[in-house]
Design a protein. Sequence first.
Length: 714
Amino acid sequence: MPCGGGSIGMNVWVEHGDIYFYLSRSGSFDENNTLLKQGRFRLRLSPSLNSKGFEQRLIVRDGYVRISDGESTIDLWVDVFRPVVHIAINSKISIQAECNYENWRYRDRIILQKESFQTSYKFGVPSGCLTHKDEVFLDGKDLVFYHHNPDSTIFDATVLQQQLKDYRNQLNNPLSNRIFGGKLVSKDLFFRDTYQGIYNGVDFKGWKFVSAGKSREFHLQIILAECQGSYKEWNTRLLDTQNQIHTVDDRRMTIDWWRLWWNRSFIEGEGECAEMTRNYTLFRYMLGCNAHGQWPTKFNGGLFCFDPIFVDSTYAFTPDYRKWGGGTHTAQNQRLVYWPMLKSGDYDALKTQLDFYLYILRNAECRSKVYWNHGGAAFTEQIENFGLPQFDEYGKKRPVGFDPGLEYNAWLEYTWDTVLEFCQMALDAENYGGVDIERYIPWIESSLEFFDQHYRYIAQKQGRKQLDENNKLIIYPGSGAETFKMAYNPSATSAGLHVVTQSLLSYMNRHHYDSTRIEKIRSMLDEWPDIAFRYIDGHRVIAPAVAWARVNNTEPSMLYPVFPWRVYGVGRDDLQVARDAWVLDPYVKKFNGYVGWEQANIWAADLGLTDEALYWNSKKLASGPYRFHAFWGPGHDWSPDHNWGGSGMIGLQEMLLQEANNKIYLLPAWPKSWNIHFKLHCSNKTTVELEWRDGKVKSLIVFPESRKKDIVFQ
């Protein structure tokens, strides 16, 4: 069961009467760019919890976990505003309490070849590569634990591999000397001894704290800190946080925050749709646990990965393990975690992902300058938290003379365009919620500039002209997601360039930008290539591209002009062109699915196909295979699969509310006989709350009320 807040996540469970939890925090990247846990904690009461009256409950509305047996009650909660975990034990009878801290990084651990997927080396971990041990020691009666990276990390190996050694000191480097961890504090418990053991096949060392006697209540706190620097700097942060704790006020403020989170947006269903809406809510809770993190929620488990043997019995690795790395951000997957935050109004949580691109912008622009001597930011797929391609995906065995700016990789080559979706999220956040996005505009401009300059650069290398006969840019070689490779003017890229550029121009005009900057963006809009079409059985449909050389994955990117780009959809022109692609295109038929990042549920909803939207979204948001309903996966990635949950959120939102041409379409792909109550956000700082019951409107609240005239029931 997940529990968290701010930037902290815990997996909480009870086993043989003991309460366990893993503790994770956003940004805990080690020297190999593994996202490490802080450790495992084990609480034991005497007398132990009674199984007869046992209950473990996630109090979603207030953001905490409560465990009780009728006599003893244990509340676990995280301060949303500072990195502190609180544990409160209350009992009707006098009891003894014990808290153990267990750490499998009490020693250096060799990273096995298959285990290396948790790092940014992926398959290419060097022989003898280690996860270095943590420091754990007593500081008075408190237990301190931390991991401190050396100055040289996988960042340096990546910089050397990608011919950027001379620019090392100019690049943002989040790993060097990074230190993270915390301390266990309790006035009620005292250190007794250490012990060793094995849990789920992994050896560990434990530090045991026990109460001096019996009591009816005990309180514990785990205070976390992180920085890049020395132990002294880290410890100063830790003490500063400790000195700011005011437990009663902090809990009240945390509960208030969670209630505002749920009041700003919700989807509540009953009967046939109860499972979908419940799992939507549970997944959104997990996203809220990293609303204030410095780093984005990872698609491959977020803060809530657990022992890997429960995902795959052959993966007898430590609880730090996850596939696809800890600091590697697969942008195609990350986008699905963050798109639903617009309609849920969770702009504070969206900020984390947008800031990620600001942090890596300098490094992406350096790539363009060093490799090709032109401007713009070169953001690749499988990008590291320092803005360079992932070590293994870049290609370790590259042909002599191969362009050092390209990934030598059949899936990722020329896959540049996912950044455009995050650009549009920023622009939509301003439109939806009035978010101040001024600091993101240079990043958006740089992302567009890359396409303009890079494809002019390629054309000039190949021939005399930079544009085609219609004065349009030629995007070749391009890529339709990871699937349609060596593509000529891929439709997903063309649609994205048009939509982002139009949105940016609108923003610049409304905010009275300098005419020179506006004209530069306007000239790009004129040169972007158009969406490609082809004919199937006499019907004109969206094509993946004008032409492509091979099919390498299973993404029907010809539907990207439907979502995320919304060029086609309910209330828009030429909807039939998109619907025919859905029905007739053999790749769509072959690739459609609901597992992980697959998006049939979203496209069906956006095309207004109620029966198909219901079919796919019911599968997407059905309960996962684990005890907690919203732990999906592993799918194509890992468990709990967060891009599975994110795409499920999007699909359900789209069934209930869509927009086109300043109109707000309600229930565009929703069975009209199903009762639903929701509150969602949309453009022009508008919120819509609808209660639909027995095929009729029971309540409709639109804010501002002036937009009520724009409501259309579909």
